[in-house]
Ligand binder design. Structure first.
Ligand SMILES: CC(C)(COP(=O)(O)OP(=O)(O)OC[C@H]1O[C@@H](n2cnc3c(N)ncnc32)[C@H](O)[C@@H]1OP(=O)(O)O)[C@@H](O)C(=O)NCCC(=O)NCCS
Length: 197
């Protein structure tokens, strides 16, 4: 397994791994073009950290992790591209009207990000194909090393509070400490923090 920087040529494979890792989640339900634009923005955002894990033998992409220093800048960049994404958003909402509430909440999130600590990296998305083989753990450690090398002092993330014990234990065994609970619509999310260094 090799971990390296994500590149534009990886985006189609990243989208497919995301769709399999997050069935029924908001970004997946928004459809492939929206999902691709999200990961493209993560690549284009200079303070972003975007890594992939690929199989050493056949170079198949096995997993990815994406996050940001100064995450409020990322959400501003992504929301500035919303006009370009309008056709994809309209198609998604016509197909799945339940998405409308989530879209409005995500638009508001841009302003909510202002209180984010300046010395933190937000881990926004991590997913693998074939769980339980150590790929996610390696990606998580690589992400934390990159953040520490960039001079940051903590990594923060949110993950579902309910029905998500395996993923929460994955983070807790790797040094993440519960720092509070956020409510987004009908979802309750645990906020975790890991101190670096
Ligand atoms: C979470 C995820 C990235 C972990 O990657 P992974 O390659 O499976 O992780 P590893 O093999 O390094 O470690 C697996 C560990 O997590 C636990 N685990 C992870 N996800 C789990 C799940 N859904 N159910 C039960 N246990 C899970 C395993 O029991 C194992 O325990 P360990 O800490 O004693 O080793 C991966 O399971 C995944 O893609 N999940 C779906 C997407 C997701 O939920 N991402 C996180 C959103 S915040």
């Amino acid at each position: 397994m090799t971990i390296r920087e994500m590149e534009t040529r990886d985006l189609d494979a990243v989208v497919e791994v995301h769709r399999r890792a997050f069935p029924g989640f908001f970004l997946t339900r928004m459809g492939r073009p929206f999902l691709r634009a999200y990961y493209q923005a993560a690549l284009d955002y200079a303070p972003g950290i975007a890594l992939v894990s690929e199989d050493g033998s056949d170079r198949t992409l096995r997993g990815f992790v994406v996050g940001f220093r100064e995450p409020q800048g990322f959400y501003a960049l992504f929301s500035a591209r919303r006009r370009r994404l309008l056709p994809a958003i309209l198609v998604a909402v016509l197909r799945d009207p339940g998405l409308a509430g989530g879209i409005l909440r995500n638009m508001r999130r841009v302003s909510d990000q202002a209180a984010h600590p300046v010395d933190a990296a937000e881990l926004a998305s991590i997913g693998v194909d074939g769980q339980g083989r150590g790929v996610g753990g390696e990606l998580l450690e690589a992400f934390c090393r990159r953040a520490a090398d960039a001079g940051l002092r903590q990594v923060v993330l949110t993950t579902d509070a309910e029905g998500n014990d395996g993923v929460r234990a994955f983070y807790e065994r790797r040094g993440f400490v519960l720092d509070g609970v956020e409510v987004r619509g009908e979802r309750r999310l645990c906020r975790y923090v890991r101190a670096l260094g």
